[in-house]
Design a protein around this ligand. Sequence first.
Ligand SMILES: O=C(O)CCC(=O)C(=O)O
Length: 283
Amino acid sequence: MYCQLEGFGNAPGADLTPVDGLSSPFMRLSELEQRNYAADGFLIRASAFTPMEVETLRDAVERAALRAMQLAESGATYVLDGKRFVDSGYTTVQFEPESGSDTIRVVEPVHELDDRLSNLLDDIRIVEPMRDLVGAEHLAVWTDKLNLKRPFEGSGFGWHQDSPYWVHDCDHVDQLPNVLIALDAASEENGCFRVIRGSHTRGCLAGINDGSQLGGFYTDPALFDEQQQVPMIVPAGSLVFFNAHSVHGSLPNNSAEPRRALVLTYQPAGFPMLKSKRVRNVG
Ligand SMILES: O=C(O)CCC(=O)C(=O)O
């Protein structure tokens, strides 16, 4: 049920090589991929990273999570709708909502917490398709997140778009495509990522007006068709590109398997990042 580029893959044992300024036509989106992305609002490149590379990235995110935990010890805590957040400088660490839980759910931004994650931002397999999706040859990073979804504990993400979060900080919200890098095989059981096919075509949609603090960020269910959801059941190392206006979410992880993912968001070069306000051009 997804648009996978047949035969795409990388040589076994390839390292996480940053882009060197050369453009590879092979990595760019084919016309078919561009048409699929325009219609669906998402695109999958399965197994873009080798098992060895995925292992390196898992190690990097676990180290980054340890560093995030240390930062959180001296950060400023606040609670929204029962969810605990800690800000340390411009880094936000979100904990699982279970009362008293010290399990990290999300870290944003995360790339500064491990050099391997910083290098990943320049990886040609991500940057080349992003050039087509942003519509610019020169790119910068907008934001980057680590979603951990630990076994039996990782909570779900309600249906939402990213664009309403960002539209107040950015004048080019139509040029902020995301890529989710699956660090574990994703299944229905471990709460795979889900996208509402075609929901990106109507810009920012209204949120829920239920009087809660975060309700406005969850998309009004009357404005999209849940039947159009596509579960991203993908092998570890796969890339899921998706539009900032796509309604997306996921169910809790009820399995013994983790479902970790990085979500990177790009923009045209020269613009500052969402949280640090620094410019992080690519390549
Ligand atoms: O990883 C997921 O299941 C959802 C991620 C998400 O919705 C987000 O990062 O905005």
